[in-house]
Design a protein around this ligand. Structure first.
Ligand code: GLY
Length: 354
């Protein structure tokens, strides 16, 4: 079976295709939406080893001329410093504004390649082929592209929508358990913020195998929630902030441990538990919600709290968050599972001895 979602953003609209085995048919899929000849692929070493040849062959068989840039795997690649390397290779390939960039990889490659596409020649079309669970359910959809500066993550970026997102659930079988779990934290987030029935369904899944058996539907539900929110608030001024449930505290935890101890999904899991612990204690969240979240996170082997010796440093990281204005921030809280809202508060809200 295959699924298709239309992201309705006026002249920046596009389709998300979710289809088992699509990685071997990307050439045909791209041929239907791109009339040009040249395709420049940006990927990383790990993904290239697994899927590079499949994607290149599929594109060539569909009549495209390709060139591939293989970057080192890992967050360091998302640095501003990577951009000249990409621009140089694009110039040598003589890609013009009628060309196409394809990002093949996880969130790092999607964000970096998307930003290169947004800026090279003032904008070249690009297509996302996300290969991690986290990228398939979150970063590949919605047009947030960025690179990191030494001062912080995602500090230089843009809203630049892809021309399509091609998702093959089958590629998730090559993810390590760690990265699968990592993506599940974002999947669980969608149930928390918007879909109680989906949360119940996820709570009933007992293993990665069971999740994979339902993956097409899981990806479809997550991408449907994301695209609906992005359609309402492309530029992240209102509803889109709901996607950041667990992220304010989670980002601070990631920073506090210098991005070494917890991966993004793990930190988000801690963040979702932390904020719900506080909001339920304050009577802002229906009683019993926290326990449901703790149960599902623990079921997936995700952490639910950190042992922090100096909570002020976590608060310090929250205060420095670029989204805060005059010491005010919008905390994403749950009324109950499946219903979220923005709560105007201060960083002190996150301090808790619970
Ligand atoms: N990852 C959150 C967003 O796309 O807004």
């Amino acid at each position: 079976m295959s699924r298709r979602l239309f992201v309705n953003l006026g002249e920046n609209s596009y389709d998300i295709f979710i289809e088992d085995g699509l990685i071997g048919r990307v050439g045909e899929a791209i041929r239907r939406i791109y009339a040009g000849q040249k395709v420049f692929i940006i990927t990383d070493e790990n993904v290239h080893r697994l899927y590079g040849k499949t994607v290149e062959d599929s594109l060539k068989n569909a009549g495209f001329v390709t060139d591939t840039l293989v970057m080192p795997a890992g967050e360091a690649t998302k640095s501003f410093e990577s951009l000249p390397v990409i621009y140089d290779k694009l110039l040598k390939f003589q890609l013009n504004r009628k060309g196409l960039i394809v990002t093949l990889g996880g969130g790092v490659i999607g964000d970096l390649g998307g930003f290169a596409a947004a800026t090279f020649l003032r904008g070249v079309p690009f297509i996302q082929i996300p290969t991690s669970l986290l990228a398939q359910v979150d970063s590949s959809v919605g047009g947030k592209v960025a690179v990191d500066l030494p001062q912080g993550k995602n500090l230089v970026g843009s809203f630049y929508q892809p021309k399509a997102v091609l998702i093959d659930p089958k590629v998730l079988s090559s993810l390590s358990d760690h990265f699968f779990r990592d993506g599940m934290a974002e999947v669980i987030k969608y149930g928390c913020i918007q879909d109680a029935a989906f949360f119940e369904k996820l709570s009933g899944l007992k293993s990665r195998t069971e999740a994979m058996e339902n993956m097409e539907e899981i990806l479809h539900t997550c991408c449907h929630i994301k695209k609906t929110i992005v359609e309402l608030d492309e530029k992240d001024l209102g509803e889109r902030m709901l996607l950041n449930f667990g992220h304010t505290y989670g980002h601070a935890v990631e920073k506090y441990y210098r991005f070494e101890r917890y991966s993004h999904g793990e930190a988000i899991a801690i963040g979702m538990a932390h904020i719900t612990r506080i909001s339920e204690a304050k009577g802002l969240t229906e009683k019993g919600t926290l326990q449901k979240i703790l149960n599902i996170l623990q079921n997936w082997g995700l952490p639910i709290q950190v042992d922090i010796s100096d909570p002020d440093k976590i608060l310090g990281a929250i205060m420095l968050d670029k989204k805060n204005l005059n010491d005010r921030l919008k905390a994403v809280l749950l009324k109950k599972i499946g219903e979220s809202f923005l709560y105007d508060t201060t960083p002190g809200f996150f301090q808790s001895n619970l």
